[in-house]
Design a protein around this ligand. Structure first.
Ligand code: UD1
Length: 355
């Protein structure tokens, strides 16, 4: 069996790594990695390949940045050449980024079987580019691997045949389980006793200067009483610079370059709380039992709110302040770990793939 993994953006890498390694146990499977080049900075891509021990991509499509249509179209036209030449039996796509839908569309048109890892998640918010990518990829996929049971329910509601859907658990947690000991070894010794870890990069938060300015003020205010560490995504840095010029900066607010996987996980384990708009971090915080405040109106990962440590605050700054205050004074739900977030999701995927 010839199988191509398509990855392109930072959150894909920690999902593909364990699946690649689980499939290595089956000598009948020949694996190839295609990197679309959606993310190209060393600290958004290369460092993840190194730390996660992912082999060098066989092919890099080098599409780079652009509008959604440009990026998706470039990936499609370049990936079509690869699929036509290689004729794989199965293409695995990951998550909800533009690389995911672009590769799935190419395969669907060429009659090549598609597996979607992290299928079925829904925010029910079509203003998010990722929601469009999720909905369409799941319609096209032949094998749908869900991380949590809400995914199965969403897919059933959308008319996807149950025989295509496999509840396997969360591959992101596979990577976390494997690398947690390593990440803990690498925690810097000079970290403050207590701190808040922040990431923000969603267009809904960072592409709106007025809102970003308010969010920045909140972070500055909080950092007067507890240090705030904020590794800044390239998309956010551009927008934040204009906002910051107009405001005084608190010395407790530390803006950092994007961190490697091990550095970030290490910090997460020690954080008093994380404040984020990322999808994967809501899951990691739930697994680690670290309180998580999500600056979004909705989440495609409701299980992190229902059973985990996640609280959605949206754009409600009064609520954000209240939840921050309560959490820092020790009042937060401890949460529990969702079913099948046990470090073995990729083994289950591999078994389905070879069956
Ligand atoms: C993408 C995903 C998002 C994911 C995020 C994680 C889509 C629609 N969005 O968003 O779901 O949570 O990745 O990081 O696929 N840039 C760089 N260097 C890079 C990559 C990007 O400077 O290596 C800058 C470029 O200016 C680019 C901007 O960041 O225009 C946004 O990058 P893009 O890949 O379009 O989307 P993300 O915001 O990273």
């Amino acid at each position: 069996m010839k199988l191509i993994h398509v990855v392109g953006a930072r959150p894909n890498f920690m999902k593909a790594a364990p699946v690649l390694s689980a499939l290595k146990q089956y000598p009948s499977v020949r694996q190839m990695i295609v990197h679309t080049g959606q993310h190209y900075d060393a600290n958004m891509s290369q460092v993840f390949f190194q730390q996660l021990s992912i082999p060098e991509p066989d092919i890099n499509l080098q599409v780079g940045s652009g509008s959604h249509a440009q990026q998706t179209a470039e990936i499609m036209s370049r990936f079509e050449v690869v699929v036509t030449g290689e004729r794989p039996d199965l293409v695995l796509v990951y998550g909800d980024v533009n690389s995911t839908i672009a590769a799935a569309l190419v395969c669907a048109k060429l009659g090549v079987k598609i597996g979607h890892v992290e299928a079925g998640l829904r925010s029910f918010d079509r203003s998010m580019p990722e929601e469009i990518n999720r909905l369409l990829t799941d319609q096209l996929a032949d094998l749908l691997f869900t991380p949590s049971i809400d995914g199965d329910k969403n897919l059933a509601r959308e008319g996807i045949a149950a025989c295509k859907v496999h509840f396997v658990g969360n591959v992101m947690i596979d990577t976390l389980v494997r690398l947690l000991p390593e990440a803990k070894k690498n925690i810097p010794s000079h970290l403050p006793e207590r701190f808040i870890l922040v990431t923000l990069h969603r267009p809904s938060n960072v592409d709106d200067d007025k809102w970003l300015s308010k969010a920045y003020e909140l972070l500055s205010e909080v950092s007067e009483s507890i240090p705030v560490l904020f590794p800044v995504h390239p998309r956010t840095r551009k927008r934040l610079e204009s906002v910051m010029n107009e405001k005084p900066r608190s010395s407790g607010l530390k803006l950092l370059t994007p961190l490697s996987y091990l550095e970030f996980v290490g910090l997460q384990t020690r954080a008093s709380l994380v404040l984020t708009d990322s999808g994967g971090i809501q899951e990691e915080a739930t697994y680690l039992g670290i309180p998580c405040i999500t600056m979004r109106e909705n989440t495609e990962r409701p299980i992190t709110v229902d059973v985990g440590t996640n609280v959605l605050v949206g754009r409600d700054l009064t609520r954000a302040r209240a939840v921050l205050h309560e959490t820092l004074s020790g009042r937060f739900r401890r949460g529990s770990i969702p079913d099948l977030w046990d470090g073995r999701a990729s083994e289950r995927i591999a078994r389905v793939v070879v069956s």
